[in-house]
Design a protein around this ligand. Structure first.
Ligand code: GLV
Ligand code: GLV
Length: 323
């Protein structure tokens, strides 16, 4: 058996890999495995440990003649052609739940940092511009008592709603359809997208990437938000039309945006969005706490070992392969 790791992964669990298995690990830190190398190494691999930066498209699956398991160290799987995997009977494992708290905490971090203009304030001091306390110096927005609108109420949204309630926020959400169970459990209310955008002081994007959610937030949608409101994206960049976001922010028609994800990653320093004072951008670190990433690696490795032994994975994206 051969297991292909597309990044350098350290985990005590690697010791559980049987000695007669072959392990190929791409060890260039912070560099995505080039497509050519990926196609070459997967040709005789039985399992792959992947992540959000690898594109597992139909060409990949055509080369993956022996592949039995795909295991991604992520909750999202829009970089994987799930249909191709399913057609070939390959289960795709992912790592939900263990990262929900960390991602919700980053959403909250970005909400607070935007509201209190923390990015600009840090830069102001570093640029040695601080001359005196000012009555309205970096006056921002309040979070307590404000209304949070969550787009895409899933596992992460539920945790964010609870955290927001602890800050005395009111919470509304939109989804493909209302979920009465979540409403009872969390005391949150459903709105359609337009109403949510109209009412919210904070809008957090948590909807996964799909054809349906592609550019679901554009200039027209941002125009429905309040001038004092804040937009946060910790899901996928493709859900937002960045040109529309740039336009609304540069016209100061919303207050600020906090972004963890981008249409093209890595975003470059000269991207228009990064020239704006009212944008706080971080490099796709939603689940990046040490503890959470360790857990994600652990589940990813267990998924591979279980899969190669013919058992069900801990979390399978395409359950239909078992039918
Ligand atoms: C990261 O973006 C993930 O999907 O876990
Ligand atoms: C992701 O796990 C979500 O359901 O929000």
């Amino acid at each position: 058996m051969k297991i292909l790791f597309t990044r350098s992964i350290q985990s005590p669990l690697l010791k559980l890999i049987p000695e007669d298995y072959e392990v190929f690990m791409w060890t260039e830190e912070n560099r995505v495995m080039p497509k050519e190398a990926l196609l070459k190494e997967v040709a005789d691999a039985d399992a792959i440990f992947t992540n959000v930066t690898d594109q597992l498209d139909s060409e990949f699956f055509e080369h993956a003649k022996k592949l039995k398991i795909v295991s991604t160290m992520a909750v999202g799987f829009d970089n994987i052609d799930i249909k191709e995997a399913t057609k070939r009977g390959i289960p795709v494992g992912h790592t939900p739940d263990v990262l929900s708290e960390a991602v919700a905490e980053l959403a909250l971090t970005l909400m607070l940092a935007c509201a209190r203009r923390v990015g600009e304030s840090i830069q102001f001091i570093k640029d040695n511009k601080w001359e005196s306390w000012g009555p309205f110096l970096f006056a921002g927005q309040k979070i307590s008592g404000a209304k949070l609108g969550i787009i895409g109420m899933g596992r992460i949204g539920k945790i964010l709603a609870k955290q927001a309630k602890a800050l005395n926020m009111e919470v509304i959400y939109t989804n493909r359809r209302p979920n009465p169970k979540i409403e009872d459990e969390l005391n949150v209310e459903y709105r359609n997208l337009e109403a949510l955008l109209n009412e919210s002081d904070y809008v957090v994007m948590l909807a996964p990437a799909s054809a349906e959610t592609y550019h679901m937030m554009g200039y027209g949608q941002f125009s429905q938000m309040k001038p004092t409101s804040i937009f946060v994206n910790v899901s996928r960049g493709s859900t937002v039309d960045e040109e529309g976001l740039y336009k609304i922010l540069s016209e100061n028609k919303i207050f600020a945006a906090g972004l963890d994800v981008f249409e093209v990653e890595p975003i470059r320093h000269n991207h228009p969005l990064l020239t704006l004072d009212n944008v706080i951008a971080v490099p796709h670190i939603g689940s990046a706490t040490k503890e959470t990433r360790d857990k994600m690696v652990e589940i990813g490795v267990i998924n591979i070992l279980k899969g190669l032994q013919g058992e069900r994975l801990l979390h399978t994206v395409n359950e239909e392969v078992y039918k």
